[in-house]
Design a protein around this ligand. Structure first.
Ligand SMILES: [Zn+2]
Length: 206
């Protein structure tokens, strides 16, 4: 079955990937193959429904393809009483998957911005994080995507995004470092140019 995958970003179709998108039966068959490859029997009782379950789980993990983060932010409110101080949403939880190992990345995001005339409902900031998390990711890219989207759509005086996350490809395999987390940040506008603004934001990140 041939179809087109549209990757949406910033209100436009970023790219169209001409692909033969596999149907559910093909995906389940692929997971059966992986189970056989581990050395187990995909027909034994405990595993017989696993390929279908994993396919459904993958639909959930990767629901962010085809959702447009820019559209989420487009419903904005005008600033009430000229509010132009920092707005910070702290510790937004997310689960994502690394694009190198398909292993879980779990962590939290701190998002801050200083508006220039437009503010957005705070739940929308969490939704933007979720859409980017539900794609194959590397943490550095996800950090930049969240900041860039907020900057482009809200045109604020500045944006700061910090992500702290644990990568299961590091904690459960490879170098086996379960207690490390990776911290990434992206500062734009006054968060980059003004050390006091940046400092104020950093004091709110525990
Ligand atoms: Zn990885």
């Amino acid at each position: 079955m041939s179809s087109t995958v549209r990757v949406l970003e910033h209100g436009r179709v970023l790219k169209r990937i001409e692909t033969s998108k596999p149907d559910r039966a093909e995906v389940e068959s692929a997971f059966r193959t992986i189970i056989r490859w581990t050395g187990d029997d995909p027909d034994r009782d405990g595993l017989v429904d696993t390929p279908a379950r994993v396919a459904r789980a993958f639909e959930e993990y990767f629901a962010g393809y085809g959702q447009d983060p820019a559209l989420i932010l487009q419903k904005t409110f005008e600033v009430i009483e000229g509010y132009d101080e920092m707005i910070v949403l702290r510790g937004i939880r997310f689960e994502s998957h690394c694009e190198h190992h398909l292993a879980p990345i779990t962590g939290r995001v701190w998002v801050a911005y200083i508006p220039r005339g437009r503010v957005v409902g705070i739940s929308k900031l969490a939704r933007v994080v979720e859409v980017y998390a539900k794609r194959l990711q590397i943490q550095e890219k996800m950090t930049a995507q969240i900041a860039n989207t907020i900057e482009e759509i809200l045109n604020p005086q500045g944006v700061g995004v910090i992500i702290k996350a644990t990568h299961h490809c590091m904690s459960a395999r490879g170098v086996h470092q379960p207690d490390t987390d990776l911290v990434t940040s992206r500062m734009l506008g006054c968060f980059r140019d003004n050390a006091l603004t940046r400092h104020e934001f950093l004091t709110m990140v525990e």
